[in-house]
Design a protein. Structure first.
Ligand SMILES: Nc1ncnc2c1ncn2[C@@H]1O[C@H](COP(=O)(O)OP(=O)(O)OP(=O)(O)O)[C@@H](O)[C@H]1O
Length: 288
């Protein structure tokens, strides 16, 4: 595990600020009278890695916004450690599709700002800049510390946003297709980093992806949505492969291929049902 990740974790441990369990109870949500999410029930345990999968528009991003308190449900509630909450979660890191960076700050400054929240006054300016550089190194952006988001490619911004999320040392990480704009090598390297912090530091991760392979490699459980609106949970499926997983061996195994086909079958069932109702939705690739 990279030393810089352990550093922020030690500070968090001393603050004893960790949250344990987050629950969605009968959550429903509407935009301008259109029901987007319906009756979502989900309990996420401390240290769990949950992936959310579903067709575009099924409400995955909306569920992340509800869980983090950035949006409020029409009905139902979010509970943190069994206490109902309407506030933005204080101990969470989010990586949304829009990269969540402040455009007027450099990559380094974005991370320093995030770390100031956790580290309070325990580190000098110079130490924070050094740590920020290490976080950026971790995501292969050591060369871009002084770059502004506007000067970076989509993939670079995504990596900077991931570095920023890691630097918070938050117990809960919400990630909305964070690896979408990355090349395959960087994608695997970052998947491994997120898996490490999840496993070694028991950080809870809720991760949206369209990629069945990625969902299986990362998750303890996969939450599958029906095509919206309104999006509902179609099934919650336990991933039957022990962690840590050997990516190469796993992907080549018959069990993996069978399981991936099962995931795609559940996904496509929902999509075909929707198509029968004459609505336009895209079926998932490899499973059909
Ligand atoms: N700010 C908004 N105003 C109005 N409608 C919205 C808004 N944000 C999302 N929606 C609608 O809510 C529905 C669900 O959107 P959401 O982004 O949660 O889906 P998603 O499953 O994350 O999709 P994708 O996989 O494409 O990111 C969509 O029909 C979308 O048009």
């Amino acid at each position: 595990m990279a030393k810089v990740i352990q550093e922020v974790y030690k500070v968090r441990e001393k603050q004893n600020a960790f949250q344990t369990k987050i629950e969605a109870k009968s959550l429903s949500f509407s935009y301008e009278g259109v029901e987007i999410l319906q009756d979502i029930n989900l309990t996420i345990k401390k240290g769990e890695f949950i992936t959310l999968m579903g067709p575009s528009g099924s409400g995955k991003s909306t569920l992340l916004r509800l869980l983090t308190g950035l949006a409020q449900p029409k009905s139902g509630e979010v509970l943190v450690d069994s206490v109902s909450t309407k506030k933005a979660l204080p101990d969470s890191a989010v990586v949304f599709q829009d990269y969540s960076l402040f455009p007027w700050l450099t990559a380094e400054e974005n991370i320093i700002l995030a770390m100031k929240r956790t580290m309070k006054k325990s580190k000098s300016k110079k130490e924070l800049a050094h740590l920020a550089g290490q976080y950026l190194e971790l995501v292969q952006l050591g060369h871009a510390v002084k770059k502004y988001p506007g000067e970076m490619s989509g993939g670079m911004r995504q990596r900077a946003a991931i570095a920023r999320a890691l630097s918070l040392g938050a117990d809960l990480m919400f990630m909305d297709e964070p690896f979408g704009a990355l090349d395959p090598v960087t994608r695997i390297q970052l998947q491994d980093i997120i898996l490490q912090v999840n496993r070694d530091q028991q950080r809870t991760v809720v991760f949206v992806t369209h990629d069945a392979e990625e969902a299986i490699i990362l998750a303890d459980r996969i939450v599958m949505f029906t095509p919206g609106p309104p999006g509902k949970i179609a099934e919650i499926i336990d991933v039957p492969f022990k962690k840590p997983r050997d990516r190469k061996m796993l992907i080549e195994s018959q069990e993996f291929i069978k399981f991936r086909n099962e995931i795609l079958r559940v996904m496509n069932n929902g999509i075909f049902k929707k198509l029968e109702q004459n609505e336009t939705v895209q079926p998932y690739g490899a499973g059909i």
